[in-house]
Design a protein around this ligand. Structure first.
Ligand SMILES: Nc1ncnc2c1ncn2[C@@H]1O[C@H](COP(=O)(O)OP(=O)(O)OP(=O)(O)O)[C@@H](O)[C@H]1O
Ligand SMILES: [Mg+2]
Length: 323
């Protein structure tokens, strides 16, 4: 399907992203099946939105954007939700240490109807229609493979060796690589296993966008909108998550945590709390928020780290936790 911008619709940033600006943005007219589903509770940080709008408008004259930040902070969803608002199809690829460039380009397949034929992989498919290629965990990929993307990031046509076809990228084609590092093997935490130091020439082809956890006020709003039933305790939940994040990122000695409560984990905790509330009445000593915290997060953490979170819970909520 072609999603070229023949009859582009324009709307204000206020209408599309719920941000205070009357600047116009272009929205593609056709809904492609790979346009991500809208999450109405997604909240855009002003700085990220500004950079994404420049990137998609072609202001950088290069397609590549590297999005880095801690787990569950909202990197993949930022690209998806931004694209969703503008009706841009996203070709999302989960990458691993075994991902190869050839896999991403496509391959020959055999079928009764067509015999041997070429099938586009995500790179070629996104290039043809001007979609966003979202390469998740791109810093896990072997540098010898990731460097193969260089000519594509330069905007050059790509040769499909099996068919001899040169594919020229649509002007709206974009590449977003996400990772917990910026490819320097600079993981701020040893828990980000298997990241690989990337080739300098490859890194040089990306603009960069840092995503951090939401500020307290915004995260309370996101949590309350996503799981309205936790509204009365949302502020305390976010404060506990922020205490854990502080100890995860910059704790020292025994206070250094190897686990973190991400926005993803916080939402899971909220959902578990609501689900447990339905059965809380069966046992008067049962506190849904604590059981939700254990079920959603702590039961898989080392005991001393779970204990540190429960101590923070007691300090912030004033509720004694039954051990
Ligand atoms: N700005 C935000 N507004 C609303 N929800 C958010 C926001 N950021 C993150 N979330 C929530 O957190 C979840 C996790 O985000 P996401 O998967 O994008 O994280 P990530 O940074 O890509 O993590 P990872 O490094 O583990 O891949 C999202 O599905 C969404 O529910
Ligand atoms: Mg991600």
């Amino acid at each position: 399907m072609d999603t070229t911008n023949t009859t582009v619709v324009t709307r204000t940033i206020r209408e599309v992203f719920a941000m205070p600006s009357d600047a116009q943005v272009e929205i593609r007219p056709q809904a492609h099946p790979l346009v991500p589903r809208n999450n109405p509770h997604f909240t855009f940080a002003k700085e990220s939105l500004r950079k994404l709008l420049m990137w998609v408008a072609g202001a950088l004259a290069e397609p590549g954007l590297w999005v880095s930040g801690p787990t569950g902070a909202g990197k993949s969803s930022l690209i998806e939700q931004f694209s969703s608002r503008l009706n841009i199809p996203v070709f999302r690829v989960p990458c691993t240490g075994r991902t190869t460039l050839d896999d991403l380009l496509g391959g020959m397949q055999i079928s009764q109807a067509r015999g041997m034929h070429w099938v586009d992989g995500p790179i070629i498919a996104a290039m043809r229609i001007g979609g966003v290629l979202l390469l998740d965990e791109w810093d896990l990929v072997s540098p010898s493979e990731s460097t193969g993307l260089n000519t594509i990031l330069d905007g050059a046509p790509v040769l499909i060796k099996s068919t001899g076809e040169y594919v020229v990228a649509h002007p709206d084609f974009r590449v977003a690589a996400t990772g917990n590092t910026f490819g320097w093997s600079d993981a701020s935490h040893a828990g980000y296993r298997a990241v690989q130091k990337q080739n300098l020439a490859s890194l040089d082809r990306f603009a960069s966008l840092s995503v951090t956890y939401l500020d307290e006020a915004t995260e309370i709003v996101v949590l309350t909108k996503t799981v309205p039933d936790v509204a009365p305790i949302a502020e305390q939940m976010v404060q506990i998550a922020n205490k854990v994040r502080g100890d995860f990122i910059s704790g020292v000695g025994t206070e250094k945590l190897s686990n973190v409560i991400s926005t993803r984990g916080l939402i899971r905790w909220a959902r578990a709390t609501v689900a447990f509330s339905a059965v809380a009445a069966l046992d008067t000593s049962f506190v849904a928020a604590i059981e939700g915290l254990r079920f959603a997060l702590l039961d898989k953490w080392p005991k001393h780290e779970a204990e540190a979170v429960l101590t923070a819970y007691e300090a912030i909520t004033g509720t004694k936790v039954r051990r």
